[in-house]
Ligand binder design. Structure first.
Ligand code: ATP
Ligand code: MG
Length: 385
């Protein structure tokens, strides 16, 4: 077990689907490296997963799968407290309290919320502004200002904008409060354990900054309670891009499984997905993220999974074809993932031991969380029970 004076680190992964090499490179690899240095809390975020619709039966399987994967990747329950988010009710309790001090606008501007809710504008206020602008254009038409051609163009412009506004309003109507409030629950996930550090991929930096902001707000209003933890981000590989679209990050919830290499993908699947992965124009295998985003992404994946620096790979594949490079990359992925898959299989045959790990983990996490909640409840003025 970690000593009492060790720094604390906390992180989690959503049980929202197949864990992929982006999760591995950006998050899990760091967890495994940090567990000797830090007192670590690592959980499976099932409550976050349900911020988008999940099939209840699949969700249970996905939750357990994530735990097996953590263990197969090298998380050690002797060193790291491994648990399921919903087994520690203090996460939702603190999440609620943090909601009450969070300005709505801060939630509405979060990139992940806008991406997942398919909302482009920052707030309803922005939409109001837009409608006012369109109204002014419409008034100009009514006054018959400008030539017929200009008026026609304005009409097309207004119709397009109005249909965009309508689509956005529809998406807002479909969006749940859970998706909007994701960051307050994540702030609770973190602040409950008073960590010094939070290892995450780059996409979660904004949410971590949000957690720090909420901690400050709470401290200002109720007195010093929470530390503001720092983000731990990989120097390379903090943002692995989708294989089918190198402009968007690789995601469990991508519409196509060709977006990612799952940690548990079979050799055949890995080879197939790498073969059809998008490439850039030209022939050179060079790390130019701006002009060659697809090849640069594949180079980072190769480098991270095979532990070879990118310049070494560039040298090795100078003058070689994309096909040769991809074939070797697929080999490297198979070599790196197969030991994890073998461990995963063995663990699934011993589910009782894994459930025991989760019970112990939840006990330890609840103890730590209860201490924080005791202080929080007192500061907020909730009657003791
Ligand atoms: P979802 O699509 O359901 O949001 P996800 O693939 O984004 O799933 P999360 O569970 O949201 O995965 O994130 C878990 C951890 O993995 C976080 O620390 C996140 O920053 C990291 N991560 C997710 N995607 C990537 C990626 N493409 N590259 C590097 N790190 C990533
Ligand atoms: Mg995500």
């Amino acid at each position: 077990m970690a000593g009492p004076n060790k720094q604390i680190a906390v992180s989690g992964i959503q049980a929202s689907g197949n864990l992929h090499i982006g999760n591995y490179i950006g998050a899990i690899k760091q967890f495994v490296e940090l567990q000797d240095k830090y007192k670590m809390f690592v959980f499976v975020a099932d409550l976050h997963a349900i911020t988008v619709p999940q099939d209840p039966e699949k969700l249970q399987a996905q939750t357990l799968d994530a735990v097996y994967t953590y263990l197969a990747c090298g998380l050690d329950p002797e060193k790291t407290t491994i648990f399921i988010q919903s087994h520690v009710p203090q996460h939702t309790e603190l999440g609620w309290i943090l909601n009450t001090i969070t300005p709505l606008g801060e939630l509405e501007r979060m990139t992940q919320f806008k991406d997942k809710a398919k909302i482009d504008k920052n707030s309803l206020f922005d939409l109001e502004q837009l409608i006012r602008l369109e109204n002014a254009k419409y008034k100009a038409i009514e006054r018959s200002e400008g030539s017929i051609k200009e008026i026609k163009e304005i009409k097309i412009d207004i119709t397009t904008t109005l249909s965009e506004i309508l689509e956005e309003l529809k998406n807002r109507g479909r969006t749940t409060a859970g998706l909007l409030n994701y960051p307050t629950l994540m702030a609770a996930d973190i602040l409950l354990y008073n960590p010094d550090a939070v290892p995450v991929g780059e996409d979660q930096l904004q949410h971590l900054e949000f957690a720090r902001m909420v901690a400050r707000k709470f401290n200002t209003r109720f007195g010093e309670t929470f530390k503001e933890p720092k983000a731990l981000i990989q120097k390379e590989g903090a943002r692995i891009m989708g294989l089918d679209d190198p402009i968007k990050k690789m995601s469990k919830s991508a519409t196509s499984a060709n977006n990612y290499i799952g940690i548990l993908d079979s050799e055949e699947e890995i080879r197939r997905k790498i073969k059809i992965a998008v490439t850039d124009s030209g022939k050179e295998i060079k790390f130019y993220p701006k002009t060659k985003p697809a090849i640069s992404n594949l180079l980072i994946i190769f480098s991270q999974m095979a532990d070879i620096p990118v310049p070494g790979l560039e040298k090795k594949y100078a003058g070689k074809t994309y096909a040769e490079f991809k074939s070797d990359l697929a080999d490297a992925l198979v070599v790196a993932l197969s030991p994890i898959q073998i461990k995963y299989k063995a663990l699934t045959k011993d589910s009782e031991s894994v459930l025991k790990i989760l019970r112990n983990g939840a006990d330890r996490a609840r103890d730590a969380a209860a201490l924080t909640m005791h202080a929080v409840r007192q500061k907020v003025g909730l009657l003791a029970h």
